[in-house]
Design a binder for this molecule. Structure first.
Ligand code: DX5
Ligand code: ZN
Length: 217
């Protein structure tokens, strides 16, 4: 069963706690938390204090996507705030292998995120420190962008790399995931899908149907 991780970037921030609970009640497997610094990406969002505030409100894992550079000085704060998965971009620091190892030392699962132009080769020699690979199917920074179809071939390449290494690495896709593009991602080998606008459109009464539609109806 594909993991569905609604991105709270598309939630109503003025009612964030209720939105997190509503997404969980509607069948979300994880909640995806987009952390942006206005430097690595052209937008600013969520600090560790906000992650700590929502942590006690839900039981589902918090999948924290760090779009910040440098990321290393903040790993501990997000882990302590309650991140279950902490994902970083290779471009965010000089020592990807060391940063991934540090995330695991802090007790979280370690994720690595590939921008649309970033090659799967950039993580080949760090695979032993990886619990999750996140393929960006939009350029990071904003919700509501269109899915970049060229990333499907990258998902297939990563599926083959993961199968070859024999480890149970989660392959997640983020950006422009809708009921139309979700089946393409799954067919290419994805095991987890992030959805912002497609999950949170229509308000809380629609969340269960939105999530079911992402699973294929
Ligand atoms: C984009 C974020 C995504 C975003 C996805 O930088 O990483 O998680 O919330 O939003 P949608 O699903 O609307 O493309
Ligand atoms: Zn994200």
């Amino acid at each position: 069963m594909t993991i569905i991780a609604p991105s709270i970037l598309s939630a109503d921030f003025a009612r964030l706690g209720e939105e997190c609970r509503a997404a969980q009640d509607a069948g979300a497997d994880w909640l995806h938390v987009d952390v942006m610094d206005g430097h690595f990406v052209p937008n600013i969002t969520i600090g560790p204090m906000v992650v700590a505030a929502i942590r006690p409100l839900v039981t589902v894992p918090l999948d924290v996507h760090l779009m910040i550079a440098p990321a290393d000085p903040y790993l501990e704060a997000y882990a302590q705030a309650g991140a279950d998965i902490l994902s970083i971009h290779p471009e965010a620091g000089p020592h990807l292998h060391r940063s991934l190892r540090r995330i695991r030392e802090l007790g979280a699962k370690a994720g690595v995120v590939l921008n649309p132009a970033t090659s799967p080769e950039s993580i080949r020699w760090a695979m032993e420190e990886v619990d999750l690979v996140l393929v960006m199917s939009v350029n990071p920074g904003f919700g509501g962008q269109s899915f970049i179809s060229s990333q499907l071939a990258k998902i297939e390449t990563l599926r083959a790399m993961i199968d070859a290494c024999g480890k149970e690495i989660i392959l997640e896709v983020d950006g422009g995931v809708t009921p139309l593009t979700a089946p393409q991602c799954i067919a290419a080998g994805a095991t987890a899908l992030v959805a912002g606008s497609a999950a949170f459109k229509g308000g809380p009464a629609a969340y269960a149907a939105n999530i079911a539609a992402l699973r294929g109806g």
